[in-house]
Design a protein around this ligand. Structure first.
Ligand code: PLP
Length: 427
């Protein structure tokens, strides 16, 4: 039914609640339409999108060039499967390889599928190239990781709720503490074929590793003939102020996982990229996806990469991100201890709420009521990851709304003015 004939949010919320599985707990905003950084609900209320679908909408909602690319391709052909060649996949892969500096790419759809591809590739490389007995390959992952929701991926999650009751779980994973090289070394063994890691842990609460960790990890992986596979599903394509987060430490991974923004906010598009000799482990029939690299997805993704490049959105993310983080630290200083940390890189920021005073969810809901969309991760972190097209004016409006919410909550709690001692911003 068209939204215009049904303008009550509760109707739509009720239908999702009644007929949908209960695997999400959405904020009570029913999005009807959106344009760039703004979103409108079915009652016509306007919101600033400071979440951009967990970074999938980095280009802004319905970027006109992406919509035009989709429309052009929709008049030609959308899906052919990889049983045949097409006119859009090759150019998309070429552009992606140029931008990442990786020689080969394997297109999939969702982030989890690309992460699964990375896992399969690493294991097969461990067997074929490193001579590890098949079934004994081990991949090291970080505690607090998030790489998706498939049964293999949740097997190595350190989040009990993601795993409970979904056994039998996959084996062949060892854990290290994110950002701690000694912990990596302690977890490694002769069957270690890869380290699979996010450059910044997103779902864990936007955790930025100590400077130098990835450089050391790169050196250790090279010295020990272990693949370094970086999951930039959320961090990649400009989110952190560089094209790819690994560039912050001047390193190059052996394998790279991309998703989310790769689809330009229109379609699910992901990819696994790797070194020539690593990607070589896949032969016809050993891996694939019916929709992976379809003509429509490839047309949109190629245009999306061009938009990021031609509109200077990566530099913009660095610039606006710095501004956003500075503004949020200002709110932290005025929060009387309600906000205990602000951290991030580029347009990707976690605002850490003091758990004894409020939940992140409560503040996210108040912010939504004030016309700003954000999302909590775990109990304590409010995540801000607006489209890379965000303007300073919209950042100012969103931050002003957060300031109001925070100051009001602090007043309700009767927090004393002087509680700025805990409000020391972390680097
Ligand atoms: N990897 C990372 C780092 C992610 O943040 C996510 C999703 O948040 C995924 C993989 C999974 O992506 P998808 O939800 O598209 O399967």
């Amino acid at each position: 039914m068209d939204a215009s004939t049904h303008t009550n949010s509760q109707t739509f919320i009720g239908k999702e609640a009644r007929f949908g599985a209960r695997n999400y707990a959405p904020v009570a905003v029913v999005v009807d339409h959106a344009k760039d950084c703004l979103v409108w609900d079915v009652e016509g209320r306007e919101y600033i999108d400071m979440m951009s679908a967990y970074s999938a909408v980095s280009h802004g909602h319905l970027h006109p060039r992406l919509v035009a690319a989709a429309e052009r391709q929709l008049r030609k052909v959308a899906v052919t499967s990889r049983a045949y060649y097409g006119t859009t996949l090759g150019p998309f892969l070429e552009k992606l390889c140029q931008l990442t500096g990786m020689p080969r790419a394997l297109p999939m759809n969702t982030g989890a599928e690309a992460a699964e591809t990375a896992i399969k590739c690493a294991r097969r490389w461990g067997w074929k190239a490193k001579g590890i007995e098949d079934g004994r390959q081990e991949i090291l992952v970080a505690r607090g990781n998030f790489h998706g929701r498939t049964s293999t991926i949740i097997s190595f999650s350190s989040e009990a709720d993601y795993r409970a009751g979904f056994g039998p779980l996959a084996t062949g994973f060892g854990h290290f503490d994110f950002g701690d090289m000694e912990s990596v070394k302690a977890a490694a063994g002769p069957n270690t074929c890869a380290v699979f890691v996010e450059p910044i842990q997103g779902e864990a609460g936007v955790i930025v590793p100590p400077a130098g960790f990835f450089k050391e990890l790169r050196e250790w992986c090279t010295a020990n003939n272990v693949l370094l596979i970086i999951d930039e599903v959320q961090a990649g394509l400009g989110r952190t102020g560089k094209w790819f987060a690994f560039e912050h430490e001047g390193i190059r991974p052996d394998g790279l996982v991309l998703g989310k923004a790769l689809g330009g906010g229109l379609l699910p598009v992901s990819a696994f990229l790797a070194r020539e000799d690593v990607m070589e482990v896949f032969s016809p029939g050993s891996h694939g996806s019916t929709f992976g690299g379809n003509a429509l997805a490839a047309a949109v993704a190629l245009e999306g990469l061009k938009v990021l490049e031609e509109e200077g959105l990566v530099a913009r993310s660095a610039q606006m991100g710095e501004y956003l983080i500075a503004q949020l630290r200002d709110v932290q200083r005025a929060s009387r201890g309600l906000i205990r940390d602000v951290r991030g890189r580029g347009l990707w920021v976690g605002v850490d709420v003091e758990p004894s005073l409020a939940t992140a969810r409560e503040l996210v809901e108040r912010l939504a009521n004030a016309g700003v969309l954000s999302k909590e991760t775990h109990e304590t972190v409010i995540r801000f990851a607006p489209p890379l097209t965000i303007t300073r004016e919209l950042i100012d409006k969103a931050v002003a709304a957060l300031r109001k919410v925070v100051v009001q909550k602090a007043a309700e709690l009767g927090l004393p003015e002087h509680r700025t001692d805990t409000a020391q911003a972390s680097a």
